[in-house]
Design a protein around this ligand. Structure first.
Ligand code: UDP
Length: 261
């Protein structure tokens, strides 16, 4: 497969064309942003970890029948994905109240919700990804009723699977963000899971201590983001004690290579 020109650069990823029109390459950057791009930094090695963790979760999800855009991981920072038309909505799934909902509604941080709560935000950086109601989605035709029904079913399955997967390794899944895209299959649009699932897009707390193992370490200046993401990867069985050392070395190597370019 040949890597073509850059099609799109987002806050944490770059998308490149390939010689196959239906496939693109997704490159994971080390850039970290928060609070609608107001806080920015480069955290060396973050992209490598997110690439591995997202690959692990998405390939496990496809094994339980949740269709998604991942084709295969290519290397430390890149994966081949199916080109989809992204539905312009961020689907936020909450099991425990934390982050924006606590401020918006005055709910105490850490409140366990009786049922998972799905919130919708319009994907629009200029507007600061505003919270919207399901009615807005239909009023402005961002997605059809049929699509949202299917997405909601998929979200609840993803959530159940991920709660169990993380619980098994001593991590509480507090909340996360999902994105979906449309794919043409035999002339018909099919909705599949897209984007990434990683500690950048989930809140993950250690089950025993509530230690934050996610991007809140960056948002709240807690430090030690790489050790936390590495801990998540190790617990999921992606990095082993020894390969962890080599992963760090490869991270260093890849940054040396980048600097030389
Ligand atoms: N999230 C994300 N991208 C966004 C907004 C939120 O991945 O643009 C994730 C975030 O990491 C958290 C969950 O969605 O796991 C809920 O985020 P929240 O609405 O609390 O926003 P925040 O407090 O991060 O601004």
């Amino acid at each position: 497969m040949k890597k073509g020109k850059k099609l799109y650069e987002g806050k944490a990823k770059i998308i490149y064309a390939t010689n196959d029109k239906s496939l693109v390459i997704q490159y994971f950057k080390d850039d970290a942003t928060a609070f609608n791009n107001q806080k920015k930094s480069v955290i060396e090695g973050k992209g490598v970890l997110n690439n591995r963790i997202s690959e692990h979760i998405l390939s496990n999800l496809s094994q339980i029948g949740i269709k998604n855009h991942l084709v295969k991981r290519l290397n430390m920072r890149e994966q081949v994905i199916k080109l989809v038309e992204i539905i312009p909505i961020e689907f936020i799934v909450r099991n425990v109240a934390s982050g924006s909902i606590t401020k918006r509604l005055g709910i105490e941080d850490g409140t366990v919700l009786k049922e998972p709560l799905i919130e919708y935000c319009l994907k629009d950086d200029k507007l600061g990804d505003p919270l919207i109601a399901e009615e807005h989605i239909f009023a402005f035709e961002w997605a059809t009723k049929k699509e949202i029904e299917k997405v909601k079913k998929m979200i609840l399955r993803v959530n159940d699977f991920m709660i169990g997967m993380f619980r098994g390794v001593g991590i509480k899944l507090i909340d996360f963000k999902l994105e979906f895209g449309r794919l043409k299959v035999n002339g018909k649009d099919e909705v599949i899971l897209a984007d990434e699932i990683s500690p950048d897009t989930c809140r993950l707390w250690d089950s025993m201590t509530d230690k934050k193992l996610d991007k809140d370490r960056f948002r709240k200046n807690l430090g030690d983001l790489i050790p936390a993401y590495t801990e998540v990867a190790k617990r999921l069985g992606i990095l082993h004690e020894q390969s962890n050392v080599s992963a760090v070395n490869v991270t260093k190597l890849s940054s040396v290579k980048r600097k030389r370019k």
